[in-house]
Ligand binder design. Sequence first.
Ligand SMILES: Nc1ncnc2c1ncn2[C@@H]1O[C@H](COP(=O)(O)OP(=O)(O)OP(=O)(O)O)[C@@H](O)[C@H]1O
Length: 614
Amino acid sequence: MQPKITGIVLDSIKNSMDNDISFSDTTVMGYSIGTFSAGFAVLMLVCFASYWTRSYLGQILGEKVTLKIRSKLMKSLMYKDTMKFYDVNKTGDLLSRLSADCQQVSSGISQSITEVLRSTMLYGISVAMMASISPIMTIPVLIWSGIYFFLVRNYGAQQVKVSKSWSEKLGGLGKISQEQLDSIKNIKVNNSERKELTRYHGGLKDLFKVIKTRSLLETNFSVITYLGMDTLVIVSLFWGAYSILSGGSMTIGNLTAFLMYIEYCSVTVQYLGGAFSSISKSVGSGKRLFEILDDDKVHSPYKDLQNGKLKKFSANKVANTIGTGFPVEFKNVDFAYPLRPDNFIFKNLNFKVQEGSSVCIVGPSGKGKSTIASLLLKYYPVNNGSIFVNDQSISSISSSSLRKEIAVVQQVPSLITGTIKDNILYGLTDKEAKLVTQKEIEEVCKQANCHTFISQLPNGYNEKISGGSSDSNSLSGGQSQRICIARALMKKPKLLVLDEATSALDVKSEKLVNDALIGLVKRRECTIISIAHRLSTIQSSENVIVLNDKGYVEEVGPFWELYSDDYSALSKLLREDIMAKNQEKKNIEEDDEIIKKNEDGINVETNESVPPAV
Ligand SMILES: Nc1ncnc2c1ncn2[C@@H]1O[C@H](COP(=O)(O)OP(=O)(O)OP(=O)(O)O)[C@@H](O)[C@H]1O
């Protein structure tokens, strides 16, 4: 309304000037100029109040949308059932989606959509007001509006593509930096800082290429918009001036109002351009977020549990079994990782683990020992065959109910940020954790041989530690591993999977932990499947399963029987292991000798002294 009112006021002033009317007697739309100005001021105040409300609510809405999207994404990420998604999508990229992409989407949805609505309304009203002043002079504005509409459509489509590419490159950069910071010690020990910086700069360059394309697109669009709007101003100014001077119906007030409306249109068109750009960017980023959410539709174990496609795992004792540990069976299992679908780790893998017994899986490196643990936990579905835990095929039971009954200790211990006590109780539900007494915690920690060192910490069980691996949690590798063992024992599992779980422990600690585990097996309370290279761990298991280098089971039997047979696959494997270790020791000694000779100035080939270089 402001331009229209300005035009009316200007025409009233001109009328007063032409008819010699004083300022106090000047009337605008039948009101004295004072009353009219007061009314106009009130109208402006109402406008400001509504602007404030729109702006504040818009921001709050935007932040709420961001939080909602983040929470939905995190939920989707937390509840992904298999590891396939995490094999493909790396942490750095996912973090970038959770931060930059979420922000982009929410700003597109909240601020830009309200901006589009406001600007479209303002544009429509301005054009209608221009038509009420001069329908004929509005025709060029309408033609430009049509052209602008097609421009926006074209620009939007291109912006979506470029924005998706921008998000991908940014995610790629996040992936590189996350990987580099995670392995900073490795980079330093290999003096690879320069190499890694070159790699990071490569990612930056890729990102910059996309940014250049996007900037070109945005600049072209905004220049065309300015050009169009400025052309309209010039055309209207000349047309209006011609109409006034040639005695047409146009007045100075009306021309001023008309030009002000064009200015309004120009500003709204700029806002619209910015808003469309932001919406297109959020569509591009949104596509990447939907890739995360859509993955849930492929397989939703929670819905499958509700609609009866999956059953809950039953921990009840199977009839005619000894003790309460779960029996385990791999039956004709074929498996290839989803990332390498043609590379079968197992073809027709068969073995049985008796309830309440302990078995150690041994075999050459990289032939699938840890993969057996992953399959047992349903981290990946098998390609063929079945895995039975407690007589139930795990493919038909929900993974959460299965994992609740199994405890795992991995080679690389992973702790959470919190107290040591929080870490030990981490595998229990909040309700279960509340019922655990300090005495029970200490009892479990004594079994895991970590009570003594925890008691010596300044705050004992309430000592705060950081999450992550032993690199970042202010505990040693062996201490972290023992806390993980205590956490696993705290669950009172009927099946315990130990993947090189004592590899960081010294001989004495390992023996104490193994004795505690042997006690569990003796009471038949728990079935233990361990994966190990060390003879000391292997010999603490009742039985051994030896995998061969093709991923088949080569041999199964009681440890002492296989160990005392010189021709058994186990003995062969242990001999090879000892030979490999001896060779490794010899290589290290030879390397040390060469280094020493170099330092002493002796020629390595001839063993003669070399005079020092001048
Ligand atoms: N997520 C994955 N995607 C694709 N291939 C994988 C994945 N994880 C492991 N592999 C491959 O599967 C094979 C078996 O790996 P696994 O970790 O089970 O071996 P392992 O016998 O436990 O080895 P090690 O004794 O060295 O720990 C290896 O060749 C490895 O490269």
